[in-house]
Design a binder for this molecule. Structure first.
Ligand code: FES
Length: 176
């Protein structure tokens, strides 16, 4: 049997998985697990981390990553690797609205520098910082695959494209 036919799972499953997360959260994670073949629950790790992060107000802790590992029968280090590799996961608290500004090539040649400058001035924070009122975190990210709408940013699960200062004002005004 080749490598691709074997799940990565090597850890002994924990007994009481009900105690790891609320029933609502487990139901959502289980829905993702059900999309994969029996025994391949680790394939739901990205979705599980996303759900757990949202449930925790926008960031992950080591304890939560350990719980995800236990829930999916994974080694904790394998979960840490995923959480530290992808920019969508946070391992420190973030503001209520996380603004992920793409500064990659297409966005850069279409003015992402000016977008960043405008946001930094408007929000009073630098890239990587959270505003004092806890409302906004400004984050620089790599290409988000919306190059045709450059310059763009992402807030929550929503993309905002062809940004201009006026559009940014109206987007931020519309946030709850
Ligand atoms: S370079 Fe910004 S979305 Fe691709």
């Amino acid at each position: 049997m080749g490598f691709k036919n074997l799940p990565m799972t090597t850890v002994k499953p924990v007994g009481n998985k009900e105690a790891l997360f609320s029933s609502e959260l487990r139901a959502e994670i289980d829905r993702w697990i059900s999309k994969y073949p029996e025994g391949w629950q680790q394939s739901a790790v990205m979705a599980a981390l996303d759900l757990v992060q949202a449930d925790n107000g926008g960031h992950l802790t080591t304890e939560l990553m350990d719980k995800v590992a236990a829930y999916l029968d994974m080694a904790p280090i394998a979960v840490y690797e995923v959480a530290s590799f992808y920019s969508m996961y946070e391992r420190k608290p973030v503001g209520k609205h996380k603004i992920c500004v793409c500064t990659n090539v297409s966005c850069m040649v279409n003015g992402s520098d000016r977008i960043v400058e405008y946001l930094e001035k408007k929000l009073g924070v630098k890239l990587g910082q959270t505003s004092q009122d806890g409302q906004y975190t400004l984050k620089e990210v790599e290409c988000l695959g919306a190059c045709g709408g450059a310059p763009m940013f992402q807030i929550g699960h929503k993309y905002y494209e062809n940004l201009s200062p006026e559009l940014i004002d109206s987007i931020l005004d519309g946030l709850e």
